[in-house]
Design a protein around this ligand. Structure first.
Ligand code: HEC
Ligand code: HEC
Length: 443
């Protein structure tokens, strides 16, 4: 019997069996015995089921804790409008969504997005863009649903269509949205961020196949974004618009909480928002470089909970089916970090997030008409699947706008480049589909 040592080897062993077009359901596979290495390399942590996310990587040297714990404090802090009781934590708004990072990113998974009475909660936010990716002239690139002074830009309510699909209705307080679309974005669970941050660009580019030269129907492409004057590979967010945790954090402070940094020194007001522009500032910038670094350190050392394999034979059968069906053409099992100059323990780690961090066209059902930077409206970054089972168990929702309430339902919305994988998934026998889902839930 062949023995695969780690998931990457499994990929080599089974890739040749993947059919290149939907055919009859794959025959049941004999699971290969796999000895899995830890899901997050040195960042793997024992699962704490009551709060599986926002844990620290255990391998971090205690001498490196100072920034991490300050970053944690800033992440969970409730920021206040200026002038506030603590200068360090003031400057919230004037336009914002909620006052704490942890208000949207919880240690239990994805925060509730659909509130009672049809009101949306801050954990689903709305990016604004037209088909060319241009933001709204008055409201800018994101709809702000709270304000410390003046009216918020708008409110969003939700209803469910007869087919179960979610509908969001945006009510703006002033100028109409016109041709600009509001693109719903669910707050993702945060784990293993420092590992994803440190994967060399070349490794990810090796998977890009923009013109689909190998004609497998899958043409992932990098989202090139300009960050502090340099063109880099975008990797964070549903459309991969941020290339690093540093820029992601600065953008979150600016767009989600109305806090300025050296990366975004001006308040989050457009030229047509006079009340916003005149609001009291909490300092210039409101969040110092040292505080931004601390938040960055905290995100960088976020751990990955260990796998929950349950019955190993079923788990391994699910892993093999995941490859056979073609899910792994985008949800890549194995990545490796380069060098982390900040945290040596995160260097050269092999880990299993199930993403290629590239953009894929997922077809018309997931196309919401709003392009963003270089990403088309139907293009989305492959989201990592680690921790997804824990999100499902805690009642969290899936896909960029939260329309799916289970992992299986998320697959049914896949189209475009993922059409064939979805068809093959649908053609599996019930017992095979159950094994594949068992595997997904254990990642
Ligand atoms: C109002 C809700 C909200 C708040 C507050 C918020 N975030 Fe987020 N966060 C999101 C959403 C939504 C996304 C996905 C954004 C997108 O796709 O455009 C995201 C994405 C991220 C990501 C990238 C995750 C990934 O898998 O790509 C990181 C890291 C992150 N946020 C950190 C932070 C930090 C640090 C703060 C506080 C400074 C913060 N967030 C505040 C909602 C929020
Ligand atoms: C062509 C690339 C591609 C293939 C093939 C693919 N996916 Fe995806 N998957 C994506 C992208 C991109 C998204 C995000 C789409 C969105 O949010 O609109 C996604 C989202 C998901 C989600 C929801 C994740 C979340 O965080 O909400 C799950 C679960 C998932 N895929 C599982 C699968 C499974 C299982 C298969 C195989 C049957 C598969 N995918 C095949 C690209 C792909």
């Amino acid at each position: 019997m062949r023995r695969a040592v780690w998931a990457g080897v499994l990929l080599v062993l089974t890739a040749c069996t993947a059919p290149d077009r939907p055919g009859p359901a794959p025959t049941p596979v004999t699971p290969l015995p796999i000895s899995w290495t830890p899901a997050g390399g040195s960042a793997t942590v024992t699962l704490d089921a009551s709060r599986p996310f926002l844990q620290f990587a255990p391998a971090i040297d205690p001498s490196e804790w100072a920034g991490v714990s300050q970053g944690r404090e800033l992440f969970v802090a409730q920021w206040q409008p200026a002038p506030g009781p603590r200068a360090l934590l003031d400057g919230l708004g004037p336009q914002f969504l909620t006052g704490a990072c942890s208000g949207c990113h919880q240690s239990t998974g994805r925060a509730e997005a659909l509130g009672p009475g049809g009101r949306t909660l801050p954990a689903v936010l709305f990016r604004l863009g037209d088909a060319q990716g241009e933001p709204h002239p008055v409201y800018g690139e994101q709809l702000q649903t709270a304000a410390t002074t003046g009216d918020p830009e708008g409110q969003v309510t939700w209803t469910r269509q007869p087919d179960g699909r979610l509908n969001y209705q945006v009510q703006v307080s002033g100028d109409p949205l016109d041709g600009v679309r509001a693109s719903a974005r669910l707050s993702p669970q945060l784990l293993g961020m420092g590992l994803l941050d440190r994967v060399p660009e070349a490794d990810l580019l090796a998977w890009a196949d923009e013109l689909d030269r190998d004609r497998d129907g899958i043409s992932g492409r990098p989202h090139w974004v300009t960050e502090e004057g340099q063109v880099k590979l975008g990797r964070f967010g549903w459309k991969a618009i941020q290339a690093s945790l540093r820029s992601q954090s600065a953008a979150a402070l600016h767009q989600d909480m109305g806090l300025t940094t050296s990366l975004h020194p001006a308040e989050n007001c457009t030229v047509r928002q006079a009340v916003c522009a005149e609001a009291v500032s909490g300092g210039q910038p409101e969040v110092s470089d040292a505080a931004l670094e601390a938040i960055n350190d905290f995100l960088t050392v976020l751990a990955v909970p260990e796998r929950r394999m349950g019955d190993p034979a079923t788990f391994n059968a699910g892993a093999a089916l995941f490859e056979q069906v073609g899910c792994s053409s985008c949800h890549r099992s194995t990545l490796t970090t380069g060098v982390s100059s900040r945290f040596a323990a995160l260097s050269h780690q092999t880990f299993y997030p199930y993403t290629d961090l590239l953009l894929h066209d997922l077809g018309p059902a997931l196309d919401d008409g709003a392009a963003e930077k270089g990403a088309q409206s139907g293009e989305w970054r492959t989201p990592p699947l680690w921790g997804a089972g824990l999100v499902e168990a805690s009642g969290g929702r899936f896909l960029h706008d939260g329309r799916a309430s289970t992992l299986a339902e998320a697959v049914t919305w896949h189209g475009g480049e993922a059409e064939r994988a979805r068809e093959r998934f649908g053609a599996l026998q019930a017992i095979e589909r159950a094994a594949l889902l068992h595997f997904l839930r254990g990642l």
